[in-house]
Every structure is written in C-alpha cells, then in structure tokens.
Design a protein around this ligand. Structure first.
Ligand SMILES: Nc1nc2c(ncn2[C@@H]2O[C@H](COP(=O)(O)OP(=O)(O)OP(=O)(O)O)[C@@H](O)[C@H]2O)c(=O)[nH]1
Ligand SMILES: [Mg+2]
Ligand SMILES: [Zn+2]
Length: 309
C-alpha cells in the first residue's frame, strides 16, 4: 500500500519528503519512474505531491508516482536551453524579492518574472527589500514604480529585513498560502524567510541549522512550514529569468494592462508594434500604459523566436 507525501527539498537525485504525519523522509526515484514531461530537466520538484513506498529495511523511500500539479513555475534550464527546469509546483502565489541597491534588480527582470506568473495564473507580489540602503532618488523611483504596478493590480511592498520594516505586512500576505520566494542572489530571500520564521517563534535550533547551511547562497529550492498554516519556498538566486514556452502572439495577454485594452485594436492579430489602429500604442501615447512596461513587452517579444512551420 502506497503512502502520500509532499516534496520539501530536491537536491538532484535525492529528495526530502514530508509524509501525512509530517515525518521527514529522504527519498529517490526508481530507475523506471515514468517521466511524463520529458522537456523538463527535473521530473520531481519542490511542492509536488507524490506516492511513495519505504525501502525494505531502510529509513529511505522510493517515489512511485507524481500527482497532477495544480500549477508550477519553470524557467529555461541554464545547462540546456531546449529544456525547462521546474522551480516549484502547487503554488498559491509568487513573491519576487527585488532591491534597488546591492544588488539592483532591473525592471526588465521584474517584468519577465511577472509575465511567467501571469502565464501560469499565479498571483504575484513584488517586495522591494533593503529599504534601509535606499537614497532619496531610489525612494522616488520606488514610489513611481509602486504606482504603476499597483495600478495594474500587483501588490507592492517595501521592506528592510535588516531594520525590521514592513515584515508584518509581508507576513500577512503569506498566511495560509504556499508562497514561492524568488529573486536575484543576495537580495535577502533567505534573510526574509528567517526573519519571518523567527518572529513566529520557530525553534532557534532549526533556524540556525538551516541558516548555517544556506544563508549566503541557497543552492537548492526548499520549502518551510509557517507556524499555523502556510508554506514558504526559498529558492537559489537566479541571474536571469528567460521566458520559457510562451508564444509571440500570447505575450500581450500576460501584460494585464494590455489584455484589458487589446479588444480595441483594429486587427485581431495585432502585435501592438507598428499596426495601424492599435489601441495599446494609443494608450502608451496617452499615458494610460506605462512606457517602461511597453518597452519590456517589445524587448521580450524580440527574444521569442518566430514559430517554425
Ligand atoms: N542592508 C540590508 N541588508 C540585507 C537586508 N536583507 C538582507 N540583507 C543582507 O543581504 C545579504 C544576502 O542575504 P540572503 O538572505 O543570503 O540573500 P538571498 O536572496 O537568500 O541570496 P541567495 O541565497 O544567494 O539567492 C546578507 O548579508 C543579508 O544580511 C536588508 O533589508 N538590508
Ligand atoms: Mg538564500
Ligand atoms: Zn494593438
């Protein structure tokens, strides 16, 4: 008889799963495990629900089946551009940790992240961390971007893990949800999770165990239970966020402010670049669509190859 579990960590060939009683069990795949999605580099990802069997006479398990995923976030594999790497699955929302100082996150990166979240119907929250390092012009920039992204419908938060600013509000957005934490290396993803777990009186031993290992560079995605209900998934910092599996004609659907207006375009197949009667371009000129967001659209579009027939 099989058992059910949830994957909390994946380190290549070994996984850590939590069973229904919350026991932590190291697990791996059998050679013959059926991989349904051969275009991904990892058959099992953090957040996956699986069936497993204990290995005879061992305290380790064999994963025997993968339950259907509610959703997942992936990216082009850095090792092989034809393959995708699944970052995590069964998410309620995705939180991008960005910074305006040390290091600086580009708005293009933020928009590529948001497009991917839209494509997978995963609500996204933007968190600007390291507030304590921001100069006056950074704050003005933040306020301007907050206005733009909030008008599109995204939640935008300002935090300083270092100075404990904005963490309560951040935490409120995490309650009862499985949240993927993403962003460049060094923006404070692990620090944020650590601060939020500590505030909630997680045993200090568990916290220090974990920070000793991955505080500066998290190397594998790992999920943590929030006290009460909810889960946070820490991920390794990513340098780039290349768009995987989105077609040129779909792209505008993943810019909510464009989706909302594209019915007004004269042509059904308008790409919103140089077609006449384009309501998107008009909205950019009229200041209803942010010019930087429109530039992001054009830049991403340029990177998606034309479909081969
Ligand atoms: N000044 C300042 N430093 C911060 C803040 N938050 C985190 N840091 C520092 O930023 C550095 C990187 O933090 P991490 O939490 O390891 O960053 P990460 O995003 O998990 O990085 P990777 O695991 O490499 O992806 C650490 O030295 C933190 O102390 C903040 O709000 N302000
Ligand atoms: Mg980290
Ligand atoms: Zn158009």
């Amino acid at each position: 008889m099989g058992n059910q579990g949830t994957i909390y960590k994946s380190t290549g060939s070994w996984y850590t799963l939590h069973d229904a009683q919350d026991a932590v069990i190291p697990a791996r795949l059998k050679g013959k495990f059926k991989i349904e999605d051969i275009t991904s580099t990892n058959p099992i990802a953090v957040g996956d629900e699986v069936d497993f069997e204990m290995e005879e006479g061992e305290s380790t398990a064999i994963i025997t089946a993968l339950h259907p995923r509610k959703n997942y976030v992936n990216r082009v594999s850095p090792a092989n551009k034809r393959l995708q790497h699944i970052i995590a699955s069964n998410l309620d929302q995705s939180m991008l940790i960005a910074t305006l100082r040390s290091p600086k996150t580009s708005m293009g990166f933020i928009d590529r992240f948001l497009v991917t979240c839209e494509a997978y119907h995963i609500p996204a929250i933007l968190v600007f961390n390291k507030y304590d390092l921001y100069k006056e012009q950074d704050l003005a920039f933040f306020e301007d971007r907050k206005r733009v992204y909030a008008s599109i419908g995204y939640t935008v938060l300002l935090t300083s893990v270092e100075h404990t600013i904005g963490l309560e509000e951040c935490k409120q957005h995490m309650v009862n949800k499985t949240t993927l934490i993403s962003g460049h290396s060094g923006v404070g993803k692990s620090s944020l999770i650590n601060a939020i777990m500590k505030d909630a009186n997680i045993k200090t031993q568990e916290v220090s165990d974990w920070s000793g290992k991955g505080m500066h560079t998290t190397t594998f995605a790992e999920m943590y239970d929030l006290p009460g209900a909810g889960r946070l998934i820490d991920t390794p910092g990513m340098r780039e966020f290349a768009i995987a599996g989105i077609e040129r004609c779909e792209l505008a659907h993943y810019f909510p402010e464009m989706l909302q207006r594209m019915e007004g375009c004269q042509f059904n197949d308008c790409m919103h670049i140089n077609e006449p009667g384009c309501s998107i371009k008009k909205a950019v000129v009229d200041g209803q669509i942010d010019e930087e967001r429109y530039i992001s659209y054009c830049t991403i579009l340029d990177c998606i190859p034309e479909k081969e027939w």
